[in-house]
Design a protein around this ligand. Sequence first.
Ligand code: SF4
Length: 282
Amino acid sequence: MKLTTDDHGRDKAGMRYVYPVVSRRARGVSIGINLNTDNACNWRCVYCQVPGLVRGGAPEVDLARLEHELTTMLARARDPQWMERHVPQDARRLNDVALSGNGESTTSAQFEAVLEVMAKVLAAADLLGKLRVVLITNGSMVAHARVQRGLARLAELGGEVWFKLDAGTDEGRARLNDTSMSRERVLDALVTCAGLAPTWVQTMALDFEGPTLSGDEERSYVELLLLARERGAHLRGVLLYGFARASHQPEAARLRALEPAELQALGGRIAQATGLIVQTTP
Ligand code: SF4
């Protein structure tokens, strides 16, 4: 097994919940936790790379197994010989542990219990507060009290949230993410989330029979970020991603990556219009 930045297969390590991946943005190893072993998500983004994606939420998690797998993978990722065998030379460092699955992690009824497992394993490895913990989420479940408690706990662990926002309008979200989550609910969720844990906005920009973020859509997106800030959200910034890995959705053939210069220019416009830091990854 050699990890590359292109291969985000969740079964690389032969484990059920835990998988290693080389992050193209951070040039390091990220240990992913996939709670959605049923490939079920409450959204269906046109660019989603999950094969056989179905609608739904995470199934029951075997917490003891998760603890064992995370402990094992952390030990491997701290072993120089394992790094040498499996990771390209320029990425041989442990970057983070990320709740990032084949679906939306916060649909798990055990979201809080999973965070406790992560806290326990990180503390046992003397990595609590030293290794970055990330929750990658579409933000759709933030209104739930159990998710809010989980976000507060994540912050206690020194963690941060990457909150998906690909469109400003309801139409844009319906087309790209296949969700009916309204602009007002997205705004509420973003403000609540940022109030509970350090939050980055994570945005995918691509060509889906035209650029997904331009014209009215771009204006609406920028306006939404400004509104969130007006309502007190201290956003860390925007992680702007290009379309780099194959979609497994029916729309795949209609999707293209933006030219790197086009993506950079978009990042520049978002930064100028919002005053936020924008980190762009083609
Ligand atoms: S939120 Fe993530 S897992 Fe769910 S459909 Fe979108 S890209 Fe796929």
